[in-house]
Design a protein around this ligand. Structure first.
Ligand code: SAM
Ligand code: SF4
Length: 334
């Protein structure tokens, strides 16, 4: 039998990484991510567990070797662990890595199950260690659960990377302490610039914090050495001598790193977005529900390779600017 062709886009980028959003729902309401009264995708349009699983197998057949389960909050989906276990069985059989991005509110319950299913590394979003600030930002008083979740992940042997959105006037002053804390816990950390995705109550311009001065400030305190570490993603890393840890910077606004992009994203309703920052889209749910889903999915992936754009065009350059896209990060899968 001939091997199915790998996924290569029109800019000769080999696509090996799928970020699969399993739900756009969430138990937090981070102010930069979604409004308090968020309109979620209609439940009946969300793919079933079997559809998500079969779709993932179709991706693996086309050379996807890494899958990150994300959302919304993946661990609020009721049948989530079933999917994790089913995909875990593909590890070593086409799939090289299965990972998850989570807010950690439910990790205490699920960390062991994730590790047992073959997950080795997870990303956890944490923007502050101050309980009042957390409640203000996430609109829920959940920091204690998050910290318990992180401890459970550590105890389960999961390697943790913290993702922190840098926010002017919110966690700006705290960032170095957060980095020191994360590294002290044995966690890597990545700082992210806020992106103009979807309407929220606030003006993102008010809290947009470019990472260049943040990095310069840290250089006053610590020795930062650029690292060769790469994940095929937009982060660029440094090693910090004093903390002994690694720190990443994701700077979609101040510096574009789309050249080496290796990823595509699928929403919980089966819409493939070829780029986080674009509207180029292919309907995989229709493919999955056709008479010959395997062929239809593979054909749809070929279309995705033709429409994946060269780069995104995010800007946050003035107060009151409209989001670059109507779609929230929680829908596309962060
Ligand atoms: N709920 C999970 C979590 O928070 O880790 C997974 C989904 S969340 C959408 C994934 C990541 O996207 C989080 O690290 C979050 O901070 C980030 N994020 C959400 N909206 C963002 C925005 N507008 N700009 C930059 N990062 C954003
Ligand atoms: Fe939920 Fe993650 Fe968005 Fe926060 S960033 S509201 S945890 S999806």
């Amino acid at each position: 039998m001939t091997q199915p062709a790998p996924l290569i886009d029109q800019f000769s980028r080999r696509i090996t990484y799928l970020r699969l959003s399993v739900t756009d729902r969430c138990d937090l309401r981070c102010a930069y991510c979604m409004p308090e009264r968020m309109t979620f995708l209609p439940r009946k349009e969300v793919l079933s567990l079997e559809e998500l699983h079969d779709m993932a197998l179709g991706f693996i057949a086309r050379g996807i070797t890494k899958i990150r389960l994300t959302g919304g909050e993946p661990l609020v989906r009721r049948d989530m662990m079933e999917l994790v276990r089913a995909l875990g069985r593909k590890l070593g059989d086409g799939l090289e890595e299965l990972t998850m991005t989570t807010n950690a509110t439910r990790l205490d319950e699920f960390a062991n199950g994730l590790a047992d299913a073959g997950i080795r590394r997870i990303n956890v979003s944490l923007d502050t260690l101050d309980r009042a600030k957390f409640e203000n930002l996430a609109r829920r008083d959940s920091l204690p659960q998050v910290l318990e979740g992180l401890a459970a992940a550590k105890a389960a042997g999961l390697k943790v990377k913290l993702n922190t959105v840098a926010l002017k006037g919110i966690n700006e002053e705290e960032i170095p302490d957060l980095v020191a804390w994360a590294h002290g816990q044995g966690f890597d950390m990545t700082l992210i610039e806020v992106m103009p995705l979807g309407e929220v109550e606030e003006d993102r311009f008010d809290h947009y914090l470019p990472l260049i001065p943040v990095r310069e400030q840290m250089e006053q305190r610590w020795t930062l050495t650029p690292s060769d570490h790469r994940t095929g993603g937009p982060a660029r890393y440094v090693d910090i001598a004093e903390t002994g840890g690694r720190l990443g910077f994701i700077t979609p606004l101040t510096n574009n790193f789309c050249d080496g992009c290796n990823r595509i994203r699928v929403t919980a309703t089966g819409q493939l977005y070829a780029c986080l920052g674009g509207n180029e889209q292919v309907d995989l749910r229709e493919a999955m529900r056709s008479a010959d889903p395997e062929t239809a999915l593979s054909d749809a992936l070929d279309v995705a390779m033709k429409i994946k754009p060269e780069r995104h065009h995010f800007v946050i350059d003035r107060p009151g600017g409209a989001p670059a896209l109507a779609r929230h990060m929680s829908m596309t899968g962060g």
